[in-house]
Each structure stands twice: as structure tokens, then as C-alpha cells.
Design a protein around this ligand. Sequence first.
Ligand SMILES: Cc1cc2nc3c(=O)[nH]c(=O)nc-3n(C[C@H](O)[C@H](O)[C@H](O)COP(=O)(O)OP(=O)(O)OC[C@H]3O[C@@H](n4cnc5c(N)ncnc54)[C@H](O)[C@@H]3O)c2cc1C
Ligand SMILES: [Zn+2]
Length: 620
Amino acid sequence: MKLIDALNERTLIGDGAMGTLLYSYGIDQCFEELNLSHAKEVLNVHKAYVHAGAEIIQTNTYGANYVKLARYGLEEQVKEINTAAIKLAKQAAGDQCYVAGTVGGIRGIQKQTTSLEEIKRSFREQLYCMLFEQVDAILFETYFDLEELLAVLHIAKKETDLPVIAQVSMHEPGVLQDGTPLNEALELIENNGADVIGVNCRLGPYHMIQALEDVPLPDKAVLSAYPNASLPDYDDGRLIYPTDPEYFKKSALALYEQGARLIGGCCGTTPEHIEAIAASVKGKAPIQSKTVPEKKVQPKTEVQVKERSPQLHEIAAERRAIIVELDPPKRLRTERFFEGAKALKEAGVDSVTLADNSLASPRISNTAAATLIHNKFNINPLVHISCRDRNLIGLQSHLMGLHTLGINEVLAVTGDPTKIGDFPGATSVYDLSSFDLIYYIKQLNKGISFSGKPLGENTSFSVAGAFNPNVRNLNRAVGRIEKKIKYGADYFISQPVYSEKQILEVYDATKHIKAPIYLGVMPLTSARNAEFLHNEVPGISLSPEIRERMELYSHDSELSQKEGIAIAKSLIDAALDLFNGIYLITPFLRYEMTVELTNYIQQKTKEQQERKTANGIHIV
Ligand SMILES: Cc1cc2nc3c(=O)[nH]c(=O)nc-3n(C[C@H](O)[C@H](O)[C@H](O)COP(=O)(O)OP(=O)(O)OC[C@H]3O[C@@H](n4cnc5c(N)ncnc54)[C@H](O)[C@@H]3O)c2cc1C
Ligand SMILES: [Zn+2]
């Protein structure tokens, strides 16, 4: 009998997990490669599921695509691995069972990491293996991203008449990662031709049953559910899924009552779980009707619009703005830091920016320091946030904390690599790139968490992106600005530049960009400092003239500092007409230097304004 006819007639039993079962035996490698190197073990897992009562088993091909196999250097073996997997599943299935060719979702929470084009290419390669070896159905599973699932579904519908089972993974009960309600997502998949629509992985039976309560019986398609065994736990450093298979008897019945007609298990499930499901619902006639509770109309939460002062992107669009980096100290003495912050406030800067463990070395937390200068001196702090030290949970919590503290200026950066800092071996998290971070911060501004949950209030972050013009290919750096704008960046802050010629080049390359750019100027402190920057910091190159000027005063630190300021002033002169924002960087907490440069910019701006007003020109 054809699979679809069987599904129309009765409840079918799927198999359980492959990956976590192999893992529980101590195997911790690419599970799909085992189709080649440990065929017998894979075959035994399939047989155990068939023996337990599964009527449709999945090939061990969840991650057997070009993109995922490339993580193990196995990208050239897509065909061998898929072919071997299908042969093994068919061998175990014999005439008793259907074999579904499994294709796993590639995009996880980091939505942007793999392009749709790459996903489509990779899927086609896997699909052709499955069609060649003749599976009974194509099974899409663990799709967090609806766009990705629709893309592969379209290809499958075009290329084959085989039944297609399409399953999403919910982010939380009833909702996908992008906030789409489960019933809407399933309806969309059904309308795009999937024969079986359903859910798998991430949640255990309790939440899956709860979520399916809001899903009506589909018009044409069949509903499926493959819950995880439970939420995972750590035991002696290993992930385990503690559940009693007996619990699955009741759970399977509840899933059946919600209309599921194909029921199996995902991560953490074992042949014992499948045996329990089979004992409970195997062969039962499908339910014919279901009542979905009326949708409770959520009272609309009033979005609080708070009065706020203009933010740094708005200020720079209106007038010349000055922000000054003053980094939190590396040691616990804070006197100079606070003196500096106070002096900069008195000098009238628009913001003090605080790096996030720049050069990958620990400093006093910039949030602690920002909060104190905000409270003590009424400074508007700009907090840098790097993706290096915090995972998604930490980043969201950090941003919610900043909002609660009343801090709404942030710079989203990927972060300097750990290998240059105090702990070259430290873990770099990089759950997000700077692009993703910008995107997610803007999502918080809409009152939506990184995972799509309502936050009850909108944040009001003005988000800066980093711009590094000290690269061989300036146009590529400008391309990154354009990309950051697409992801939501409001304005840009640049690395310091050290020549008037470079200032002109940067202006030329960026003059089409509408978002304000704060051009970086960092005064040199000594000839050694100048030589270090020129010779050791990638991309930074000082003109021979500047190096000579600094060298001239190498014997006298006070004169060196004066010369550093004079050079910075000439860079400011070159930049003032071209950029509305200036970003001064305080070297080694020598805030007297940046205070003097702030005064200089203000003076020059005033003179410029007076001149223009005298000439009857209105100035922005
Ligand atoms: C104003 C400013 C403030 C900063 N503050 C901090 C801080 O507080 N803490 C900290 O750790 N780091 C900080 N950095 C450093 C920053 O994290 C790195 O310099 C980073 O590589 C550039 O900025 P990003 O993180 O936004 O990089 P992204 O634009 O996200 O780039 C990420 C990756 O791409 C590479 N890349 C960037 N541009 C190009 C290009 N044109 N061509 C090829 N590859 C490229 C980078 O090397 C990096 O590996 C700051 C940088 C700037 C400009
Ligand atoms: Zn799973």
C-alpha cells in the first residue's frame, strides 16, 4: 500500500532518534559518516526501531548535506553517505516498513549564516541521491526557519511526486523562531504542497501537545508529531534525556487526540519509547473532527513612548557632534577614569564611549563604569558590545540590563580576537556576528526578544556599527557599512585615521552613505607610540612626516604629547568640513589630551558657524 493511503486509513508509527541514541553509546562524531564506517551499528539502530513497531523509518541523513558535512571535511562524500544510508534503512525496513529520506534544516537561530542559494544547492544534491536510491517519502525535519523550509519544499514538489513530510521545530510552544504562530506556519506549508505537516524536536511531549491544541485538523494534509524525549539534562558532562518510556504511552494518545496521524520520536527517544507509542496508538483510525479553542484576544499592551533626548545618530545629522572614548581601567584604581569622565562632561562632549574589553583583555565592566558616570556626572554613555564574550542569552540579558539602566547608546562589534589579548586560549563565543547583533538589537526596539517573544516594552537603542578604513580594500570596508545599514545600523564610528590624504579618501568612498559617520582621531603620545601604531597595528600607517615630527621630541614626554595634539588638530582641520561627527580616542587615560581636542573642535565649529552666518548661509 502506498504511504499516503496508509496514512489516510490509520495512525502510523515513526521511528525514534538516531543521533542521540548513537551518542548515548559513547559515539561523538559525525553521525552520518557512520553509514560508511560503522554500517552495522546504524543498521542495528534501524532494526531496533522496526522491531519496536516503527512502520516508517528515517535514513540516517539528517546532516548529510554539503554544508553540514563540510564541518567535518566530508563535503565531497555527500553521495556516498546518502547512498549508504538509504541502503541501510531499506535493508532494515524490508517489506514491513516505509523508508523516508531525511533532510535536516540547516539554519538554526543564526538565521543569516547560510544563504538560501547555498541551501537550495545543497538540498538538490541530497535529493537526487534519494530519488536515485528510491525512498518512499522525503522527510524535512527540524526546520527552525520557515523561509528555508519553503525553499526546499518547492524544490521537492517540482522534482518528485513522492510524498513530502515537512516538520518545523518550535522555538517555544506554539511559536516559531521568527514569531510565526504554529498554526499559521503549518497552514502555509500545507498550502505549499506538503503531504504531511508537523512538528519535531526541541520540545518534549507536554509542550508539543499544548501547541497542537491550537492547530485545527488540516484540510488536505496529514498531521505528524515527533517530540523529544524530554528536556535534556547534563549528567557527568554528557547530555541525557531522562524520561520514562511509559510516559510516552499517554503522550502518544494525547498527540493522537490532537489529530496527529504519524507519531514518532526525536532527540532522546529510544526503541523503548517507540514501543510505548506503538502500544498506545498503532493502527488507530484517525480522528475526524477536533475543536480548537477560540483564540483568546490578547489585550494590546500599550507601547510606552518615553520622552528621550536626541541620540547620537540624530545629533550628528543636525550639528557637529563629539564623542570621546575613555576606556574603563585594566586595574582596579579608578580615580583617573572618573576625573577624566568629569572633565569630558565639563568640556561638553556629546557622549563618552566605553570599550568592551578591547584588544581582548579584561577591563572593569563597561556597563558598571557607564552606569557610574551616567549617575555621577549625567554623562550619556555609549557602551560597546562585542560578540566575543557573551552568548545569545548573555547578550540579550546584557541589553535588557542596559535598557533598564537608562543606557540607550550602543556600538555593536564582533570584537577583537582573543589571541591578541591576555588570554590567547580563551573561548570566543561568536553566537552572533556584528551584523546579527545589530539586527537583534533593532528587534528589541520593536519590543521583541531575540527569540521572538514579546518584551512588554520597546527599547530605544541607537545602534552604531564599527567602520575600519585601515584596510587594503577600502571599498570592501564601505561594503560592510552598507550591509550593516541593511541590518539596521543607525550610524558609524571609525578606527583612527592618521593622514589628511586618508581622510579625503575615506570621505570620497563614503560620501554616498546617508548614515552619519564619526571619524576617529587618536592623538599620538610619543614617538614609540607612533612607531608601534605604524609598524605593528594592522592597517594603520602614519605618514613619514608625522613619524618624523614625533621622533623629533622623543626625548621629552611633555613635548611629545604637545606634538601629538598638534598633529591631531591638523587631522581634525581636515575632517571637520567632511564629517559631522568626530570620535576622539583617549590614549592611556590621558584625558587632558581629548579635553583639549574637544575644546579645539568646539572653537573651530563656532568660528565656522560665525563665518557662515556672516555670509548668510544656514548651517546644519
Ligand atoms: C569604533 C570601534 C570600536 C571598537 N570597540 C571594540 C571593543 O570595544 N571591543 C573589542 O573587542 N573590539 C572593538 N573594536 C574592534 C573590532 O571588533 C574589530 O576591529 C573588528 O574586526 C572590526 O569591527 P567589527 O567587529 O564590527 O567587524 P565586522 O565588520 O563585523 O568584521 C568581522 C570580521 O570581518 C573582518 N573584516 C572586517 N572588515 C573587513 C574588510 N574590509 N575586508 C575583509 N575582512 C574584513 C574582520 O577582521 C573580522 O574578522 C572596535 C572597532 C572600532 C572600529
Ligand atoms: Zn531532534
